[in-house]
Design a protein around this ligand. Structure first.
Ligand code: ADP
Ligand code: MG
Length: 240
């Protein structure tokens, strides 16, 4: 059996933080170790992917153990699934408790792609997912009762801040906040929006995860303002 250091080296994984959960050795550990529901596991199997990617190994175990996470891995390495699966696992079932998870993405197109993966992965469970757009924003504004029916919100940062300012959303029940493509969020001036978003996501048990292709100083700074005792999972490039 491979030792931990050689396992990490083989996957170019770097883990930092206190008591960072062990990365996944295989997909099967989702069921055996984390009790991920067999329905969710089956949906995952439909993709036909034999092995988790490196970031999926490191990030999923951290999120499944409910720790804050800073994750860095190159574009195309499967970061979307790395956060969607733990998210669905934690939400368990649709509930009429209002938004319980928020995913912030730099563009509408990426938000839509996340939505599509989430739909496939949650097939068979009727989670209510809202991609925030001008249109859905105005629907939420007109029909406050609708806000309670949703489980998951996927949004660009500016749209989210606008909806918060207009009091069109209630985010006090949000337990999971994911910032995707954080380096690109930052390029859009995201640091200035963090205060409003964190103030709105006021639940004391809010867990945060930040995913990024690169980790410039600004992303580190952003992580510092957001995270508590976070685990860092970084997938190196060929050169290190
Ligand atoms: P990133 O956000 O890191 O840029 P994506 O989440 O968009 O990457 O995934 C890139 C591609 O890899 C997608 O087409 C996705 O469906 C695919 N993918 C994700 N996980 C796996 C896996 N475990 N095995 C094979 N392909 C995967
Ligand atoms: Mg991505």
């Amino acid at each position: 059996k491979a030792t931990l250091p050689s396992f990490l080296k083989a996957h170019k994984l770097k883990l930092t933080g206190t008591d960072v959960p062990m990365p996944l050795a295989s997909w099967e550990e989702l069921e055996t170790r984390f009790k991920v529901g067999s329905w969710l596991f089956k949906n995952l199997q439909k993709w036909g992917w034999e092995e988790p990617t490196a970031i999926q190994r490191g990030a999923m175990s951290v999120m499944l153990e409910n720790r804050d996470l800073l994750a860095g891995a190159p574009t195309g390495s499967g970061k979307t699934l790395a956060f969607l699966l733990p998210l669905i696992h934690h939400l368990k079932n649709p509930a009429k408790d209002g938004f319980r998870a928020v995913i912030v993405s730099p563009t509408r197109e990426l938000a839509q792609q996340i939505y599509e993966q989430l739909r496939r992965l949650s097939e068979g469970r009727r989670f209510r997912i809202c991609v925030l757009t001008k249109a859905t924003e105005s629907t939420l504004k007109q029909d406050p009762a609708l806000r309670k029916k949703y489980d998951i919100l996927i949004t660009t940062p500016l749209r989210l801040v606008h909806a918060i300012e207009q009091e069109e959303l209630e985010l006090d029940n949000v337990r999971h906040l994911v910032l995707d493509e954080a380096d690109r969020l930052l390029e859009q001036g995201f640091l200035e929006q963090t205060d409003a978003i964190l103030a709105a996501c006021s639940h004391p048990e809010l867990r945060k995860a930040l995913f990024s292709a690169t980790l410039p100083a600004g992303v580190e700074e952003m992580a510092k303002t957001f995270m508590v005792d976070e685990c860092r999972v970084i997938v190196g490039t060929k050169d290190g």
